[in-house]
Design a protein around this ligand. Structure first.
Ligand code: DGY
Length: 344
């Protein structure tokens, strides 16, 4: 049996590699940092499948270097690192890992909200630095979470789970999404509002939209100015949805009270960035989905998506179904795509 070849751009949990190895020769980039672009361009030349991470830019040049590439299986639910139209045009299937990380990510977004509201990281640092002298009536005053208003920008899977967690804290829930979800409104008592109203009325604003051209810098200077001085912004989605410079100024100048970020622009944020000097920022290195169970399931899911595509099946988590209509062209000999190939 001729084996497929798959390149994996970073060490992922073994359970995923095991699935890939059953059908393919698997090469893994074992570096701590993402593979340099030249390495991806070289490695992709000879493979049928690519398992990529959100830290890899997979654009037309990579796809053209991958003459035999049939599938790009992203080890993430987000796929803004991949140029989808270019993949579709070239007949390459793109997959992601939705669902399995929803609860884990919502847990973390809520943890970030709580940590920022109650100044947990700042207080921890204070104790460790030997500054805890006594109980202080006005020490470390934060914002109440219970009965406060949470504004969700995006009510997809993660936004919805964030709302469920917040309703356990008796929070009032506002949301904005490009699509209204009347079922969720009834279930959780959510109120649908446009973004400016959401920003004006919320004590906490939490972002749960994908990064697209439409959501790039969705929160900038003007939006931050609409928020309450006591409000806290949470971003566990993608860094570039928030303008970092505008957020830095807003936190520094007291335009808003605080922020909790799991994602930044740029990512990683440089260690000498002035925003890191601010105590009203709680920050984590893009770890919202990082539980043992979830990262393992993401690996098996990414591997299963990749294997299905290699076998000519429709992978369970195909993000560009339009690709199934793309016919094999003479210049793409051997690439197993298109309805004809998938139906064979
Ligand atoms: C994703 O999956 O898109 C997260 O950012 C990482 O798990």
């Amino acid at each position: 049996m001729s084996m497929f070849k798959v390149y994996v751009t970073r060490m992922i949990p073994e359970a995923g590699l095991e699935i890939l190895r059953k059908v393919a020769q698997v090469k893994v980039w074992e570096g701590e940092l993402p593979p340099p672009r030249e390495v991806i361009l070289k490695e992709v030349a000879d493979v049928d499948g690519l398992v990529s991470l959100l830290t890899d830019k997979i654009d037309a040049a990579v796809m053209d270097a991958g003459k035999k590439l049939k599938v790009i299986s992203n080890y993430a639910v987000g796929f803004d690192n991949i140029s989808i139209p270019d993949a579709t045009e070239r007949g390459i299937l793109v997959t992601n890992t939705p669902g399995v990380l929803t609860d884990t990510t919502a847990d973390f977004a809520f943890a970030l909200l709580m940590a920022a509201a109650r100044r947990i990281v700042e207080a921890d640092k204070h104790v460790r630095e030997g500054k805890w002298k006594t109980w202080v009536p006005t020490g470390f005053l934060g914002q109440d979470i219970h009965h406060a208003t949470l504004g969700l920008i995006g009510l997809g899977r993660i936004g919805y789970e964030m709302a469920r967690r917040a309703s356990g804290f008796s929070m009032k829930l506002l949301y904005y999404d490009v699509r209204r979800n009347e079922k969720a409104e009834k279930e959780l008592g959510l109120e649908y509002v446009e973004i400016p109203e959401l920003l004006r009325r919320s004590d906490f604003v939490s972002i749960h939209v994908p990064l697209t051209q439409d959501t790039y810098h969705l929160i900038g200077r003007e939006e931050l100015k609409l928020m309450k001085k006591t409000a806290i912004l949470i971003n566990s989605a993608r860094g570039p949805i928030v303008d970092t410079d505008a957020l830095y100024e807003a936190l520094r100048d007291g335009v808003i009270a605080g922020a909790g970020l799991d994602v930044t622009e740029p990512e990683p944020i440089p260690a000498d960035h002035p925003i890191l000097k601010l105590d009203n920022l709680t920050i984590a290195p893009h770890i919202a989905s990082a539980s043992v169970a979830t990262r393992t399931t993401m690996a098996t899911m990414a591997a299963e998506n990749c294997v299905a595509a290699l076998k000519g099946e429709v992978p369970p988590n195909l993000v560009n179904p339009e690709v199934l209509k793309v016919r094999e062209t003479s210049t793409r000999q051997g690439r197993l795509v298109g309805r004809a190939a998938l139906e064979k």
